[in-house]
Write a protein that binds this ligand. Structure first.
Ligand code: SAM
Ligand code: SF4
Length: 323
């Protein structure tokens, strides 16, 4: 079992397979961003598989493929298949902006990806274009239909709540998700990078109470729901989660770390602590050395983020860490 220095069990890794993206969401990446990692610095599939096999032997159980936009990494289904087959890995999931989902959904599902999170901040095409700086809504909706027919379960819609998000935006998304059996999750904007800091923050507590009343929702517990706190419809068919890192942080139950495409293991989304795994991988380090490095990295995992106290602290972009 992998424990951090505070006794928290770490069994979940978010793997950024690329820091590139075809969108420029205003809260995530600056419009003219050019500072991508060079391909020679990306971990190869062999390197990723080897490192995660070591993690899995120590207790890693859940892997989420993310980015940047993970569907931009060539041959992603091949990597997915290799990771899903690692002994100890119980579950492989994917976070995507959905623009390329229609094309890749079938192969990813066959490769062993079962659970899907799709980011979608509005059902209004003009608003999506303003937030993502690309006209993405039609492709995302088409991708979601393909994924639903392909049999991904659950499909969760991640909607970042911006200062400009209205109750009507959210109500439209609730209706859309209810009709399709999707789980909806509202996320408070985090001050990760300058884009995250400038995006504006909406406190989800009052929003939650208004939604409870409007849709007759009740408190619920959702298996595998992660840090979200849920409201559900009385018959349990609809679930909406609230991820509130700012208004009510959940660091005491944090079970995760993030591996960048460059092999940096980020120990906390809201802190700068990280450990380089690419160098030992390429220098011929043994599995025992990687194990040791992982154990000591986890001892350095910070207790909590300081998004409120020190919002300037994280300068790297969400897209480079693997959100
Ligand atoms: N491109 C994929 C996507 O958009 O789902 C995967 C990577 S993205 C960085 C992962 C998640 O981080 C998305 O749900 C996105 O909405 C969220 N995200 C990005 N920047 C954020 C911020 N500043 N605060 C809160 N969530 C953010
Ligand atoms: Fe790209 Fe995802 Fe960041 Fe949007 S949130 S810019 S889709 S990485």
């Amino acid at each position: 079992m992998l424990l951090d220095g505070f006794g928290r069990r770490v069994d979940y890794l978010r793997l950024s397979v690329t820091d590139r993206c075809d969108l420029r969401c205003s809260y995530c990446m600056p419009e003219g961003f050019k500072g991508y990692q060079e391909p020679r610095d990306w971990l190869s599939f062999d390197e990723i598989e080897r490192l995660l096999a070591v993690f899995a032997r120590l207790g890693l159980k859940h892997i989420r493929l993310t980015g940047g936009e993970p569907l931009l990494r060539k041959s992603l289904p091949t990597l997915a298949q290799r990771l899903a087959a690692l002994p100890g890995i119980e579950d492989l999931s994917l976070s995507t902006n959905g623009t390329q989902l229609a094309k890749h959904a079938a192969r990813l599902h066959r490769a062993g990806v079962t659970r899907l999170n799709v980011s979608l901040d509005s059902l209004d095409r003009t608003r999506v274009r303003a937030i993502c700086r690309r006209d993405a809504l039609p492709q995302v909706l088409a991708g979601l239909e393909v994924a639903r027919n392909e049999g991904f379960r659950p499909i969760k819609i991640n909607m970042v709540a911006l200062a400009s998000t209205t109750d009507e935006d959210i109500a439209a998304m609730v209706a859309y998700c209810m009709a399709r059996g999707f789980v909806l999750r509202l996320i408070e904007t985090m001050p990760v990078g300058a884009a995250g800091r400038d995006a504006g923050f909406l406190d989800l507590h009052p929003v939650r109470e208004r939604l409870r009343e409007r849709f007759g929702l009740i408190d619920g517990v959702v298996a595998g729901g992660g840090p979200a706190r849920y409201l559900v419809s009385p018959d349990g068919s609809f679930q909406i989660g609230f991820i509130t890192p700012i208004s009510q942080h959940f660091c005491e139950t944090c079970n995760r770390v993030r591996l960048g495409v460059d092999g940096m293991l980020h120990l906390c989304l809201g802190q700068n602590d990280c450990v380089d795994f690419r160098t030992p991988l390429r220098a011929g380090g043994s599995d025992a050395e990687l194990e040791q490095q992982l154990r000591s990295a986890l001892q350095a995992k910070p207790w909590r983020h300081e998004f409120r106290e020190r919002p300037q602290q994280v300068v790297r972009l969400m897209s480079s860490t693997g959100g």
